[in-house]
Design a protein. Sequence first.
Length: 202
Amino acid sequence: MKIQTEAFRKVTAQTAQEICSRADLSAEARPFLLPDLSPQGFLALLVEAENIGDAVRFVAFALPIREAIWWAHVVARTNIPVPTELEMLCLDRTAAWVYEPSDARRRSCMECAESAKFTGAAAYAALSVFWSGGSLAPEGMPDAPPVPSLYAIGVGASVLLAIAAGEPQSAERRFEEAIERGIDIANGGNGKLKAELHREAS
């Protein structure tokens, strides 16, 4: 797939190094990290190398918090073959927080992620909401703020689990679609594929 050369509208970092200073990328990705390389240039190299894990983690760290969590939500919702009631609850609560963030909604995401035993893409999408700010301690206890990068780790885990949710032979397509959705969100869109937008317009 071809990655745009112009800057992503929602990504404030000017270079890939700014983003990678917060992300724990693999040894395979580091040779691509040239000085002054743009975020879109670095992502293009990762995608071309089919480095799925690092490409997903990079997008998770590149996007602003709400946009990153929306990306996890959209990829999970469109890739889980037959979501359970609990998975749908996790996704619905994740979306509700993105639309209108509040601490009550953040904590409700933790409740459903815990009910899902912290397993699967939907649970990690909800967990990334809980990790996005506030306190990790129970209500009424002294504040325990999360590590700032924790939400992005949850987003990356959710997207990777969603990509792995289908048939192995179509994993490459799901990876490319996940990246396309992430790029659309990075440009101010809602994470829909071009093909989906075309169908809606026709």
